[in-house]
Design a protein around this ligand. Structure first.
Ligand code: PCA
Length: 204
């Protein structure tokens, strides 16, 4: 059975939970024909990619979906492109705050995802979920991880499909938005992940 590796992040920036891992850890062990392995990553420029690449070596997946929380976004954002920039507005969980630095010196400016962004967006919208194709994963740890994943996939493991999904903020304890309602309930974020994986598996 083909294996998929799905990662979420630990909380960062003083938050007590991270919607990405809250959703990822609720995925079933099997989705369609995919065998699912989940992983929590540190919100750390220095450590996140290493933990992911080690897990890829261990699990040997055909598909890797990394998921992160983007507090200001209200829709599921399937990311089209990762850029070779680290530029942090806040410190990561190790206290690192790089400014205007490349991720890999001399490497390409950007890599595209190898997931079918349009088909994923259309599947999410057809299921009634708020969705968008995003052309920027930012310049914080999520973009760094996404860039490292795509560089690995495109240069060292060409049968591996990879991509990144940003999900809205969700918190069980406090109101996530000024009017007190989170932009998306957790069950819908989990349903969205399942749909992203099904749409991605259809192209493998
Ligand atoms: N979101 C951050 C890093 C960890 C996460 O969940 C980001 O968008 O870069």
């Amino acid at each position: 059975m083909p294996r998929a590796l799905i990662s979420g992040f630990e909380p960062f920036g003083g938050a007590s939970v991270n919607a990405s891992f809250e959703a990822v850890r609720r995925l079933p062990g099997r989705i369609g024909t995919l065998d699912i392995t989940t992983l929590q990553l540190p919100t750390s420029y220095a450590r996140a990619s290493k933990v992911l690449l080690d897990a890829i070596a261990r699990v040997d997946p055909v598909l890797v979906l990394c998921v992160g929380e983007a507090g200001e976004r209200t829709a599921l954002n399937i990311e089209r492109v990762a850029i070779n920039v680290q530029d942090a507005r806040i410190a990561d969980n190790d206290g690192a705050q790089p400014v205007d630095l490349p991720i890999v010196d001399g490497a390409p400016a950007a890599y595209f995802t190898t997931l079918p962004v349009r088909a994923i967006h259309e599947s999410l919208a057809a299921a009634g979920l708020s969705s968008a194709i995003s052309n920027s994963a930012g310049t914080f740890v999520c973009n760094h991880l996404f860039y490292t994943l795509m560089q690995f996939a495109l240069t060292e493991n060409k049968r591996l499909r990879g991509g990144f999904l940003h999900v809205p903020c969700w918190r069980s304890d406090t109101a996530a938005t000024p009017n007190g309602t989170p932009p998306m309930i957790l069950a819908d974020i989990v349903r969205g992940l399942t749909i992203v994986l099904e749409a991605s598996a259809a192209t493998i």
